[in-house]
Design a binder for this molecule. Structure first.
Ligand code: GRF
Length: 208
């Protein structure tokens, strides 16, 4: 995606506490995620914790409250904002609302999401508890491109962890979250490098 010396411009979409957003911002600050910068943080929830983090980090942020609004209209506002900030890559970081087809079409294979399960297992809400209750031995997280289906697009990377006998759904979620923070930086880094191809659903490294 990068190619030249220009930084890839990231737009973060979130709805909640923003720990994945913070992990991305820290990775950039500490030089662990090169070639990218965060240009705008957008929340659909006015009191999302992630907005406070953006303010503390001195990053531009914007609220587009989604309650009671039609998805297409709400997403059109977000799209205008992202385009005004010349965003190249949209990163969903706990953005808890489905995106409209028009929004997704505006960023083909340019929207990433992190999901707290090893997809295609346990899409949707409360994935960690779904996995725990199902009794899986291995859990984890997935960084993937966003397409028109929920938690479905091509997978960039996954990180797996064992489920311990001593786990409950909370401890498992906490250990998955720690993996998410590593995975998202690595996944964005792979995309920002531009050295990949998407073959069918497969994300493969491209060597020049
Ligand atoms: C994470 O578990 C992420 O995988 C899911 O929503 C949660 C967001 O957490 N999509 P945070 O706001 O990044 O702390």
């Amino acid at each position: 995606m990068s190619g030249g010396r220009n930084l890839v411009r990231l737009g973060i979409l979130l709805s909640g506490r923003g720990s994945n957003f913070l992990a991305i911002a820290e990775s950039i600050r500490q030089g662990r995620l090169k070639g990218a910068e965060i240009d705008v943080v957008i929340s659909n929830v006015p009191d999302a914790g992630g907005l406070k983090i953006a303010e503390e980090l001195g990053l531009a942020s914007k609220v587009f409250a989604s309650t009671g609004r039609k998805r297409a209209e709400h997403d059109a506002d977000m799209l205008t904002c992202l385009q005004a900030h010349k965003v190249d890559l949209v990163c969903l970081a706990g953005y808890m609302r489905l995106l409209s087809p028009d929004f997704i079409a505006a960023f083909p294979n340019r929207i990433l999401n992190i999901h707290p399960s090893l997809l295609p297992a346990f899409p949707g809400l409360d994935a960690q508890r779904q996995a725990f209750d199902y009794g899986v031995n291995v859990a984890g997280c997935t960084v993937h491109f966003v397409d028109d289906h929920l938690d479905h697009g091509p997978i960039v990377l996954q990180r797996a962890i064992p489920v311990l006998d001593s786990d409950d759904a909370h401890s498992l979620s906490a250990r998955i979250l720690a993996e998410e923070h590593l995975a998202y930086t690595e996944g964005i880094g792979r995309v920002v490098s531009g050295e990949y191809a998407i073959l069918g659903r497969r994300f493969v490294k491209r060597t020049h």
